[in-house]
Design a protein around this ligand. Structure first.
Ligand code: CA
Length: 419
C-alpha cells in the first residue's frame, strides 16, 4: 500500500483488511524486472527452520478447528516462497500520482471489457442487485480493478505464500492470522489446497479477498454448497456485493460525483467533514456544465485529491464503503470513476495538475521540517501529512498569497525551499 503514500488520510493508514491487486501483479512485475531492488532481502533460512515453524503452528490451527489431515495436506513439503519474500520487501522508488492510477483504472480497454462483462453476466448481476442492493457497475468496477475481470487471479499457492510471510519479517503477524484463516477455508471444504491460489499476500480469486475477508463475507451465490471465488463468477461478484452491503452500502445512492467550485472558495472546507448537498449548493458548488447537485438531502464531503488545481468531488457514505474494501483514496475514486464509465459516463471535466507531482516520504519529512523551521506548529516530523501539517501549509499559503488548499505537492515544496 506504500504506492498510495501521500495521497490522503486514508492512504496513509494503508495495509488494512486486504491487499490491493495493484501491489500484486503490477508492482511485482515491475519489481522483478529491475535488478538490484532486492538488495535488502535476507537470505532464505534453511528449510529445517521453516519445517519447525510449520510444526509449531499446528496447535493454533487445531484450536481453529482444523483437522490434522487437512493441516498436513496443506503444509507438508512446503518451503518458503522466494518470490513472496521479494514482493514483501519491495519498496516503490517513487510515489505514483493519483492521475496515473486513475488513468490506468479507467483505460479504454478496461471500460470496453467491463461493458462486455456487464452484458455477459447481466442475469447474475440482476440477481445480485436484487439481493444486496449494490449497483452492478460498482461490483463490476471492483472486479476490473482487482483482476482485470479475472485476467490476473494470482497463481501463488496461498498457504505457502502466507506461511512465508508468517514465518518471519515485518508482515509475520498478518501472515500467521491469514494462514490460519486460509486453513479454516480448507477445513470447510470450500476449495482444495491446489485450487487455493492468489497473490503473494494471499488475496484470492476474481475480487481478491484475503482469507479473513473471505471468512467474513464470501457467499455461495450459485447454491452448489461451496463459496468458490476462484472459479464461479456468481460467487465472486456476490461476495463483493455482500462485503459492500455489510460495509453499509446505501442502495440508490451514488459513490460521489465531480463538482466545480466557485471563485474565492474556502478550500479549508475540503475533507473537513460532511455537509448536506444543499449546503454545498449554497456555497456555490455546482456540477460541471451547471446542472443541479443530485441527492440534495444527503450528506457529502468535499474531496480534492490533488489540491485546488485538480478535479473536485462530492463524496457520499458509499465512498467510505469502497474504502473498506481497500483503504486508499486513489482506489475508491478509481472504482467510482470506472463504474461511471461503465454506465456510460464520460471523462472528468477538470484536468489533473500533472506538473504538481506528489512528494516522496523523505520530501514530506523535509517539508514538515521546513514548516517547523518557519515557526508553524506541525506536530511530529513523521512524513504523514495529517490535519496539523495541512493547517500549517494553509497558514504558509495565506502568508504567501497562495490558494489555501493545504495541499502538499512538488510546487509547494519548491516554494518552501526557495523562499
Ligand atoms: Ca458456489
Amino acid at each position: 500500500m506504500r504506492l498510495f503514500a501521500g495521497l490522503g488520510n486514508a492512504d496513509a493508514r494503508g495495509w488494512r483488511r486486504r491487499i490491493s491487486a495493484a501491489l500484486g501483479a503490477g508492482a511485482l512485475a515491475i519489481a522483478l524486472a529491475v535488478p538490484g531492488l532486492f538488495s535488502t532481502v535476507a537470505p532464505a533460512a534453511s528449510d529445517a527452520d521453516f519445517d519447525r515453524w510449520i510444526d509449531a503452528m499446528w496447535p493454533q490451527a487445531r484450536a481453529k478447528g482444523v483437522s490434522r489431515q487437512i493441516y498436513l495436506r496443506a503444509t507438508s513439503g512446503l518451503t518458503p516462497d522466494p518470490d513472496v519474500l521479494k514482493a514483501a520487501d519491495y519498496q516503490p522508488e517513487f510515489v505514483k500520482p493519483i492521475w496515473d492510477y486513475v488513468a490506468r483504472a479507467t483505460s479504454d480497454k478496461r471500460v470496453t471489457n467491463g461493458r462486455e462483462k456487464l452484458r455477459e453476466y447481466s442475469n447474475v448481476l440482476d440477481a445480485i442487485e436484487t439481493v444486496y442492493g449494490v449497483d452492478r457497475h460498482i461490483v463490476v468496477a471492483i472486479w476490473g480493478m482487482e483482476t482485470a475481470y479475472g485476467e490476473f487471479l494470482g497463481d501463488k499457492n496461498v498457504i505457502r505464500a502466507l506461511a512465508t510471510l508468517g514465518y518471519r519479517g515485518r508482515r509475520a503477524k498478518f501472515g500467521r492470522s491469514q494462514m490460519l484463516a486460509a486453513l479454516e477455508i480448507l477445513q470447510r471444504g470450500d476449495t482444495t489446497p491446489e485450487r487455493m491460489t492468489g497473490s503473494w499476500a494471499g488475496a484470492m480469486g476474481h475480487t481478491q479477498f484475503i482469507p479473513t475477508t473471505y471468512n467474513a463475507y464470501a457467499v455461495d451465490f450459485d447454491g452448489d454448497g461451496r463459496r468458490d471465488i476462484w472459479g464461479t463468477i456468481a460467487d465472486a461478484l456476490a461476495s463483493t456485493a455482500n462485503y459492500l452491503r455489510k460495509s453499509r452500502w446505501q442502495s440508490g445512492l451514488s459513490w460521489g460525483y465531480e463538482v466545480v467550485l466557485p471563485p474565492r472558495f474556502n478550500y479549508a472546507l475540503a475533507g473537513s467533514g460532511d455537509r448536506r448537498v444543499q449546503d454545498w449548493a449554497h456555497l456555490g458548488v455546482r456540477r460541471p456544465g451547471g446542472q443541479a447537485l443530485s441527492h440534495s438531502g444527503e450528506k457529502a464531503q468535499l474531496l480534492l485529491p490533488a489540491g485546488a488545481k485538480g478535479p473536485a468531488f462530492l463524496i457520499f457514505s458509499n465512498f467510505r464503503s469502497i474504502l473498506r474494501y481497500n483503504n486508499a483514496t486513489a482506489y475508491a475514486l478509481s472504482v467510482g470513476l470506472l463504474a461511471d464509465r461503465l454506465s456510460g459516463g464520460g471523462a472528468l471535466s477538470a484536468p489533473w495538475p500533472v506538473d504538481d507531482r506528489p512528494l516522496e516520504e523523505a520530501e514530506r519529512r523535509e517539508l514538515q521540517a521546513l514548516l517547523a523551521a518557519r515557526g508553524y506548529a506541525i506536530g511530529d516530523i513523521d512524513g504523514v501529512l495529517g490535519e496539523r501539517t495541512r493547517s500549517a501549509i494553509r497558514s504558509f499559503q495565506k502568508a504567501q498569497g497562495m490558494t489555501e488548499d493545504g495541499h502538499a505537492g512538488a510546487l509547494l515544496f519548491k516554494r518552501l525551499k526557495g523562499n
